[in-house]
Design a protein around this ligand. Structure first.
Ligand code: SAM
Length: 279
């Protein structure tokens, strides 16, 4: 028991283990995630419907989206942005490794007679000869990637862009990092049965890495017949640090906003969004 508790409370080094695939593609948790995505009034997995409508209106106006605009959405989930952008006439590609989400997105597009290219795969491995006018990565998914994965992705973004193309993504800010606190708790059927349809005990350890500006939510889940570990990493940024990371891969930040709906940037906000172009 003591050894097990020590393991549960063990602090790994930043991004030492990566379990995102388990979180998003496990049949049970991804179906729970889909429920969150499709709940139009909450900001879990996807933002609320009102925000998404505002965001799509802003994207269309800000980037001059028309029928010639090629857009790719990395981590498109069930297609809440891809469908709305295709309805505005754009040529849209959506990439996601969640089978549940991509199936939902494909059905929703076909019900609306929209021709959207949905690719079910790990976006770190996405390959194409095409270039895009606009690349999207929405809901701070960039922050969940390790430094190596982010480097891979930024190189990929650059290779998919031509002069004049833009990248729009959002990240968590250092204000949000400051508000995080370390903790160690456990709960029966934590998150209302999110992790399993069987009963379970879930230990949640939150670790802060002050130097790296990284937070880990570590979940150790005990069901009657299995034990699972989920590592949910998040990197927090200020604009300069993000811009330095972009510049190393030939991209540079041109505009900053509060969010992907184009509200004015505030240094007090817990998130911010950037538009980057090839440097
Ligand atoms: C926080 S959700 C955001 C979904 C969508 N962008 C939105 O705002 O409605 C992140 C999405 O990225 C997907 N995802 C995470 N890592 C991925 C990867 N390596 N390859 C493909 N999809 C990934 C997840 O399946 C999930 O649908």
């Amino acid at each position: 028991m003591f050894d097990k508790l020590e393991q549960i409370n063990e602090r790994p080094s930043p991004f030492q283990y990566y379990t995102n695939e388990e979180l998003w593609t496990n049949d049970y948790t991804s179906s729970k995630m889909l429920e969150y995505h499709l709940n139009e009034s909450i900001d879990v997995a996807s933002r609320n419907r009102n925000f998404i409508n505002r965001s799509v209106d802003w994207i269309v106006a800000h980037f001059g989206v028309n029928k010639d605009t090629a857009i790719v959405d990395f981590g498109c989930g069930p297609g809440l942005y891809t469908i709305a952008l295709a309805e505005r006439g754009a040529r849209v590609t959506g990439i996601d490794f969640s089978e549940n989400s991509i199936k939902y997105a494909r059905n929703a597009a076909s019900r609306r007679d929209l021709n959207i290219d949905y690719v079910m795969r790990n976006y770190l491995e996405f390959q194409t000869d095409k270039t895009f006018d606009l690349i999207l990565m929405i809901m701070c998914d960039f922050c969940a990637l390790s430094p190596d994965q982010r480097a891979t992705l930024l190189s990929k973004f650059r290779s998919l862009m031509k002069p004049g193309s833009a990248l729009l993504l959002d990240v968590y800010s250092l204000k949000a990092f400051d508000k995080k606190e370390e903790s160690a708790t456990y709960e029966f059927n934590q998150l209302n049965g999110f992790w399993s349809d069987e009963d379970y005990y879930c230990f949640v350890n939150i670790f802060k890495y002050d130097k790296e500006k990284v937070v880990l939510d570590k979940y150790t889940i005990f069901e009657p017949s299995r034990e699972r570990l989920i590592f949910n990493w998040l990197q927090y940024y200020d604009v300069d640090t993000l811009d330095r990371e972009f510049k190393q891969k030939g991209l540079s930040i041109k505009e900053t906003f509060l969010n992907v709906a184009g509200d004015p940037f505030s240094p007090e906000s817990e998130e911010f969004a950037v538009v980057a172009m090839r440097s």
